[in-house]
Ligand binder design. Structure first.
Ligand SMILES: *Cc1c(COP(=O)(O)O)cnc(C)c1O
Length: 494
């Protein structure tokens, strides 16, 4: 069966999967959604025996139906190989009664690698299929994690180049060093004098400039986007929920068809939406717990049915979830609005003009399989300390938000629960070690903390961290926020 994609905001545009990947966003500003979510029909017995790569193929072929089997297999082979430091790609680890799905074994030790490792392959294949001969220029604004994961994914991929803008004084020292040491002849990293919103606005303006697009086309370039609303990022994320279910079966932890819960630490709503799509494909999931940090706009939404972004932005120890506008929620809104694009458009316009919207009671009823939860900063730290003291397992701050919500809401439901573990503790060493024993560690340098974490956890220091200890800085461009386009023109020789 062939699956076509349309916008969440109108019914006029219908595109194939490969076209949706190339475009990123629909022309009307909406997000691409499949016309219908396909059903997963692989028998449980077979599923339990599939490798990660085989599971990826069985899931992705249903959504990316205009890719040939050979094309898709080549993408999967290229993405999920020795770049990951474990053959399982996404191991499931049982601790203290819960199952941690470790999504941080890729190049940049956070879960964005799960999708950004394969997106370059999907995109270059999509370009070929659609007769695109221009070089694809990935343009990204980042607040830290996405930039590095996208750089690592696209570095030296033929037919592509990538330009990343980040706020010069708005990312952590480790995050900055990770980006500035990025190798690859097709990579550029630029710090801007301005904040993340300025970077994002500058990038959006370039995306929407017809005039710039025409000049680029003449020189053989076109823009594309690697951000989390691209379906080329969403679809690969469905895979690991299906894989986790297979692993639970294989390990004899559940019976065929037994329902499980999932808890997902959430920011832009991409990861948990993938779990929701997995459920809609027929994976036996009972409840999806949406875990927020103190920026709990989603928790309030699930409680009240009102989305209200007009609030203080709080900087927390789980920065990748410090977000007040969860872009991917639009795809859920579209579903619960009965796939009514007009209604979705109204609500999204209300969000941008008034900063809030409220769903109807009928729509709210359809959210019964979701439950919101949140963890304060203190609770997050306590969770890291408690699980470490009890089991020796050390988790990162984002995972700890989810683990805390698990304790509060899911632990005593009697349903086996998978917690999405989205980053290695080595990525947020300072916060993690502070949580364990602030007094003992407060005078240590970042790399002394890395060695101490290694000593107390017994987990090897990941290559991603070892690399940046001594790697040379390869990027040093800084520009004003008003000069972003000039920089892009300089790089591309326009
Ligand atoms: C991006 C990110 C999240 C949030 O994921 P969303 O898909 O944006 O909800 C959680 N944890 C980590 C470590 C991340 O990098």
């Amino acid at each position: 069966m062939s699956v076509m994609y349309q916008s969440t905001r109108s019914r006029s545009e219908k595109v194939t999967a490969s076209q949706a990947i190339l475009k990123g966003l629909a022309d009307d500003g909406g997000l691409f959604v499949p016309e219908a979510i396909p059903a997963f029909t692989v028998p449980y017995k077979t599923l339990a025996g599939l490798s990660y790569q085989e599971t990826a193929y069985e899931v992705m072929k249903l959504f990316l139906s205009d890719f040939t089997g050979e094309e898709l297999k080549a993408c999967i082979r290229g993405a999920y190989d020795e770049k990951f430091d474990t053959k399982e790609i996404a191991p499931l680890v049982k601790k203290d009664g819960a199952y941690y799905l470790e999504l941080f074994h890729g190049k940049t030790i956070a879960f964005k690698d799960m999708a950004l490792s394969i997106l370059p392959y999907l995109m270059t294949t999509a370009a070929k299929k659609n007769g695109v001969t221009n070089e694809i220029v990935i343009l990204t604004a980042t607040s830290g994690d996405t930039g590095k994961a996208a750089l690592a994914g696209f570095a030296d991929v033929p037919g592509t180049s990538i330009i990343v803008f980040y706020p010069k004084n708005g990312v952590s020292p480790i995050q900055e060093k990770q980006m500035l040491t990025q190798k690859g002849n097709n990579t550029t990293v630029i710090g801007i004098v301005g904040n993340f919103d300025d970077a994002q606005t500058g990038v959006k303006e370039m995306f929407h400039s017809r005039e710039l697009a025409e000049r680029m086309d003449k020189k053989g370039y076109q823009f594309s986007s690697a951000n989390s609303i691209n379906i080329g990022r969403l679809v690969p994320q469905i895979v690991y929920y299906v894989y986790a279910y297979g692993q639970l079966l294989k390990q004899g932890e559940i019976k065929e068809g037994e329902k499980i819960n999932v808890v997902v630490p959430t920011g832009n709503f991409g990861n948990i939406l993938a779990a929701y799509y997995a459920k809609n494909m027929g994976l036996p999931i009972e409840t999806l717990y949406c875990a927020s940090n103190e920026n709990k706009v989603l928790y309030d939404f699930f409680q009240t049915g009102k989305y209200d972004r007009k609030r203080e932005f709080i900087l927390t120890s789980s920065p990748s979830m410090d977000i007040l506008i969860s872009s991917n929620l639009e795809r859920l809104i579209y579903r619960i609005a009965g796939e009514d694009a007009g209604r979705t458009k109204e609500l999204m316009e209300a969000l941008s003009s008034q900063g809030e919207y409220e769903i109807t009671p009928e729509m709210k009823e359809k959210l019964f399989c979701f439950e919101g939860g949140f963890a304060t900063e203190e609770e997050t730290a306590q969770t890291i300390r408690r699980v470490y003291e009890k089991t020796g397992y050390i988790m990162d701050t984002h995972t700890a938000v989810a683990s805390c919500v698990y304790e509060k809401k899911a632990a005593d439901t009697g349903v086996k629960t998978v917690i999405a573990s989205t980053a290695s503790p080595y990525k947020f060493t300072r916060s993690v070690m502070d949580a364990i024993d602030k007094k003992a560690y407060e005078n240590m340098s970042d790399f002394e903390l890395v060695d101490e974490l290694n000593r107390i956890s017994g987990v090897a220091v990941p290559g991603a961290i070892e690399e940046i200890r001594s790697a040379p800085v390869l990027h040093d461009t800084v520009c004003d926020k008003s000069e972003m386009q000039k920089e892009v023109e300089r790089i591309l020789g326009l």
